[in-house]
Design a protein around this ligand. Sequence first.
Ligand SMILES: Cc1cc2nc3c(=O)[nH]c(=O)nc-3n(C[C@H](O)[C@H](O)[C@H](O)COP(=O)(O)OP(=O)(O)OC[C@H]3O[C@@H](n4cnc5c(N)ncnc54)[C@H](O)[C@@H]3O)c2cc1C
Length: 383
Amino acid sequence: MKNLQLSVVQLSEPAKTLRQEIRRFIYEEQEMGTFEPKCDSWLSGYSPNFSRKLGKRQWIGMTWPKRYGGQERSSIERYIVAEELLAAGAPVAAHWIADRQTGPLLLRYGTEHQRKFFLPKIVSGECYFAIGLSEPNAGSDLAAVSLKATKVDKGWILNGNKIWTSGAHFAHYMITLCRTSLKNPEDRHEGMSQLITDLSAPGVTIRPIHLMTGEHHFNEVIFEDVFVSEEMLIGEVGNGWKQGMAELAYERSGPERFLSTFPLLEELVNTLRLNGDNQLLSQVSPLVSNLWTLRNMSMGIAQMLEDNITPDLAAALVKDLGTQFEKQVAEMARLLVSFKSTDLSSRLEKLMSEAVLHAPGFTLRGGTTEILRGIVAKGVVRT
Ligand SMILES: Cc1cc2nc3c(=O)[nH]c(=O)nc-3n(C[C@H](O)[C@H](O)[C@H](O)COP(=O)(O)OP(=O)(O)OC[C@H]3O[C@@H](n4cnc5c(N)ncnc54)[C@H](O)[C@@H]3O)c2cc1C
C-alpha cells in the first residue's frame, strides 16, 4: 500500500503580505460595485474586465517564468490568490482555465513559439482557453475519443464533435484531444494528440447547451473540415493521452474543487450569527471543520506542485472529498433555510439558488466521483 504524503504548509511572510494585498484589492472592487459574490464563480463568473485587472496586478500566470510574462512566484503564493478570489466569489471564469492548466501544459510540452505567442496574452488576462476532452461517446471513458485529425500538408484537418465544453462561447482557443491515428484495440491510449484549435476558425460551430436555469455555460463544439496548422501541435504526435493526463492533474488539484459554494457558507454563518441561531450554527460547524481539513490538504497539493511532484493521486482524492463538501454546503443551507421561516437576505437567497442549481455538476466535471475513486484505489495499492 502506498502512503499519501501531504505536507503541512506554513505561510511565509511574503505570502501573508500577498494575502493582505489581494484581500484589499477584492474589498476595493466590491466597494466600487465591480462584482457581487457568486457561487461557482470560477466557472460561471465571466468578466474580461476583471480578468484584465488581475492581469495588470500580475496575478495570472504567477508561477511562470518572467520571460513569458510570469512572476516566478511560488505555487503556494498562487494558491493564496486563487483561494481569496474563490472565497470572495469573484468573476474569474474568463481566464481560469488558461491560468490553471493551459499555461502549465504549454510550459511542459509546448514549443518556444507557442509559449511566446500565448503565455504573455494569458498573463495579461486577454486570452482564454477551453478544455476539449469530452465527446458525445467519450466522457469517463476518455480513451474512446474519436474526433479525427487527418494529416495534410503543413497541418491537420479536424472532423468531429466535442461536448460539455465550458466557456467555448467566450474562449479564443481550445486544447483539443483528437485521434491522429486509428484506434489500436491493443492499446486504446495510443494515437491521440493535442492540438490548439482557434475557436473562430472557419468550420467551427459552437452550439449552446443551456442549463435548466436558462444559463449558457457549456456548449457543443462541432468541427467540419477545420484546418489546424502543424505549429499548433502540442508535444509529440501520439502522446496526447499522457499529456492530457498531466493536464488533468492541474485541472483537479486546485482549491476551486472545494470552494465553489464558500460564499454561501460564509453568508449562511453570518446570517445565523446575526439572528442568534446558535442551535442551527452548531449544525453548520462540522462543515467548517471539514473545510479546514480540505484546505490543509489542498495546500499540501500546492506544495507538491512547488516541489515538481505530479499530484495526480492526491488531486483525485481531494477533488472527490472537496466536491462532496461543496454539495453538502448547498444541501445544508437548503435544509436549514427551509426549516427556518425567518426572513432571508436577498444575497443568501441568490447564493443558495446558485449553489443548489449548480451542485449536480460538481461531482461530474473534471472526472466523476466513481472514476476518481478508481484512480485512488489503484494508486494506493501501487508499490
Ligand atoms: C459543469 C460541467 C462542466 C464541464 N466542462 C467540461 C469541459 O469544459 N470540457 C470537457 O471536455 N468536458 C467537460 N465536462 C464533461 C465532464 O468531464 C463529463 O461530464 C464527465 O467526464 C463524465 O462523462 P459523461 O458525462 O460522458 O458521463 P459518463 O462517462 O457516461 O458517466 C455516467 C455515469 O456513469 C459512471 N461511470 C462511468 N464509467 C464508470 C466506471 N468505469 N465505473 C464506475 N462508474 C462509471 C460515471 O461516474 C457517471 O456517474 C463538464 C461537465 C460538467 C457537469
